[in-house]
Design a protein around this ligand. Structure first.
Ligand SMILES: Cc1ncc(C[n+]2csc(CCOP(=O)(O)OP(=O)(O)O)c2C)c(N)n1
Ligand SMILES: [Mg+2]
Length: 399
């Protein structure tokens, strides 16, 4: 997307250090040394935290599935690093790195995966399905994801439309996988957002697979980013395993959105080195493919090489960051392990409105509705009293 002057000739080169949404490299060029090391920290934290989760999974302390982003850390971290706190990000299961950058903590993530009673969803929903959204500046700005693929695109179209209508200086970013692009929701959401000029960045993480379906069986398009033309929006493809490239392309799309330029589509080229989840043995992957990506295109290895050669960062400096990350993950694990599981009687706490928002259906009037049948007999539901006598669960009224 090089800047073109009238007549099709390339525009004169801008002075180094001038940011321009249409000039590739102009955002990454402005990163300070400190910020570059911060990007390394977030990628290392993502990987170390996931490795810890694998250990806990093998010990059966992680309840439910475990979804890795091994080899995709640069795409999640670099792209999310382009957002401000007031902006809103919609992650997927493989966006642990983006969640951490946006403020989710290792303790929260570990408690979620271990279904602890004081985890963000109190043990009701596992892995990284939790959110923190609200007024600008008051929350960390990430949505609780839902599983149906592509559905977060129309949701984020709505979120960012509200920013535009209220005149708020906020941008949204939604991640979708290569598989999610085949859904109606993706198409409807991105088209609506484009027409409404919503300040939205749509990031397609092309990691080669959707479950066992390779990209070649997902679309006949040569590049997902070519679909941008169909929506009349700018699109740019970038190396998803180069953290500076993912930051750069996203930062420019975010700036475009903030300036009223509407929706941009970004395709980040990466590779899913682990199975869909920890249980998946990847038997459908051609021999040698995973090993080749690991050896030749690991985002952390690549970034370490760049930091130590081009940016004169000492190996000892990186080792110190690694040690800090290990210590943080160790401490977070201790806290999460010490935390209690939810009380069984709290299963309904905060799930339904109290009092109910709608009156019972006619055939339930005067009797116990399907909802109230499962409520606690003590002081209505949502109120767990550890000292309450559980044997008196059937109240006088019901008896
Ligand atoms: C509409 C819909 N269809 C199927 C599924 C089941 N499903 C969950 S994840 C997944 C694969 C997702 O692949 P992709 O979008 O490429 O993301 P990745 O897992 O590679 O990050 C599928 C088919 C779903 N959640 N929603
Ligand atoms: Mg995929």
């Amino acid at each position: 997307m090089a800047t073109r002057a009238k007549g099709g000739r390339a525009a004169p080169a801008r002075p180094a250090g001038t940011f321009d949404p249409e000039t590739p490299g102009s955002a990454a060029a402005l990163l300070t040394r400190e910020q570059k090391l911060e990007l390394y920290y977030w990628m290392r934290l993502t990987r170390t935290l996931e490795e810890r989760l694998v250990a806990l999974y093998r010990q059966t302390k992680v309840v439910g599935g475990l979804f890795r982003s091994l080899g995709q850390e640069a795409d999640a971290v670099g792209s999310c690093y382009a957002l401000e706190q007031r902006d809103v990000m919609s992650p997927l299961i493989r966006n642990l790195g983006a969640m951490l950058v946006k403020g989710a903590t290792p303790v929260e993530v570990l408690k979620q995966y271990m279904a602890k009673g004081d985890s963000p969803t109190r043990g009701r929903e596992l892995n990284i399905h939790f959110g923190d959204i609200g007024e600008a500046g008051e929350t960390r700005g990430f949505l609780g994801q839902i599983s149906p693929l592509g559905d977060m695109v129309p949701v984020m179209a709505g979120v960012t439309l509200s920013f535009r209508m209220r005149g708020e200086d906020r941008v949204g970013l939604v991640y979708v996988g290569d598989g999610a692009t085949s859904t109606g929701a993706f198409h409807e959401g991105i088209n609506f957002a484009a027409v409404q000029r919503c300040p939205l960045v749509v990031v397609i993480e092309n990691n080669g697979y959707a479950y066992s379906t390779p990209t070649s069986r997902q679309t006949l398009a040569k590049r997902f980013v070519d679909k941008a033309a169909g929506y009349g929006i700018p699109g740019e493809q970038a190396d998803g395993n180069d953290v500076l490239a993912t930051y750069d392309v996203t930062k420019r799309a975010v700036a475009r959105a903030r300036r009223g330029g509407g929706v941009s589509l970004i395709e980040l080229m990466t590779y899913r080195r682990k199975g869909h989840a920890e249980h998946d043995n990847q038997s459908y992957v051609p021999a040698g493919e995973i090993e080749r990506w690991a050896a030749e295109n690991d985002p952390l290895d690549r970034y370490v090489r760049r930091l130590t050669t081009e940016m004169a960062v000492e190996a000892t400096e990186l080792a110190a960051i690694d040690a800090r990350v290990t210590q943080e993950v160790d401490e977070a694990t201790d806290v999460a392990e010490a935390s209690a599981f939810p009380e069984a009687l709290d299963a309904l706490t905060g799930v339904y409105a109290e009092p109910p928002a709608a009156s019972p259906l006619w055939f339930r009037e005067g009797g116990r509705g399907g909802v109230t049948a499962s409520e606690r007999a003590t002081d209505g539901w949502g109120v767990y009293k550890p000292d309450a006598k559980t044997e008196s669960r059937v109240s006088q009224e019901d008896a």
